[in-house]
Ligand binder design. Structure first.
Ligand code: ITT
Length: 200
């Protein structure tokens, strides 16, 4: 089984990576599996920059190829915010039930409810140029929070493909259309070819 190190402290991201990659025969190893709770500082201004910072940090620390995900919610009426600040919006440890209610309050009466999830995945290999794979999912901010599925902003993000919030989706439905699903599939296409050359 091929191993993939994912440099993240977000257990929900690890779960989604596992759900998508394990059935394809990949073992996903997270920082938590390595008993590493270091929080890598994200000083980039784009999702891609932050993903590269995290992946290269893990690659250098462990001396193996490493993957990182930087993602977030961009709301049109907030000029794309919280964007790269999504995890830190209203405080890193503030519960998402509260963050989501604040967003709904701020959008009360707003007709422009367009929003998108963005995911950048970076793949860093010792001695090689780091690669980035991105995925975007356009949708809307729902009128109210619904469901307990997914994580983070999912209960208030309306997935147009299903006419439901992310909180109401089962994992396979979300992964089939999500920003992370798209970026993971782009990464996998590359990784499959990369793995073949590694063996030669
Ligand atoms: P790492 O940096 O350790 O990977 P993090 O949670 O801090 O973990 P980010 O900086 O990439 O990760 O922040 C992404 C935030 O965006 C995440 O915490 C969620 O709040 C939100 N987010 C990303 N993908 C999401 C998804 O699929 N569904 C709901 N919310 C999501």
């Amino acid at each position: 089984m091929k191993r993939i190190l994912i440099v993240t402290s977000n257990a929900n991201k690890v779960k989604e990576f596992r759900e998508m990659l394990e059935p394809l025969g990949y073992e996903v190893v997270s920082l938590r599996d390595l008993h590493d709770d270091e929080d890598v500082p994200e000083y980039g201004t784009t999702f891609a920059e932050n993903a590269v910072i995290k992946a290269e940090h893990g690659m250098k620390k462990y001396g193996v190829p490493a993957v990182a995900d930087d993602s977030g919610l961009c709301i049109d009426a907030f000029d794309g915010g919280p964007g790269v600040q999504s995890a830190r919006f209203l405080g890193h440890d503030t519960p998402y039930s509260y963050k989501n209610q604040v967003i709904l309050e701020r959008l009360k009466g707003e007709t422009n409810r367009g929003a998108q999830f963005h995911c950048a995945i970076a793949f860093a290999v010792p001695g090689a140029q780091t690669k980035v794979f991105e995925g975007i999912l356009r949708g809307k901010i729902a009128d109210e929070a619904k469901g307990n599925g997914g994580f983070g902003y999912d209960p208030i993000f309306w997935y147009p493909q299903y006419g439901k919030t992310g909180g109401e989706l089962v994992p396979s439905e979300k992964n089939a259309v999500s920003h992370r699903g798209k970026a993971v599939r782009r990464f996998l296409e590359y990784f499959t070819e990369y793995s073949k050359t590694e063996k030669e």
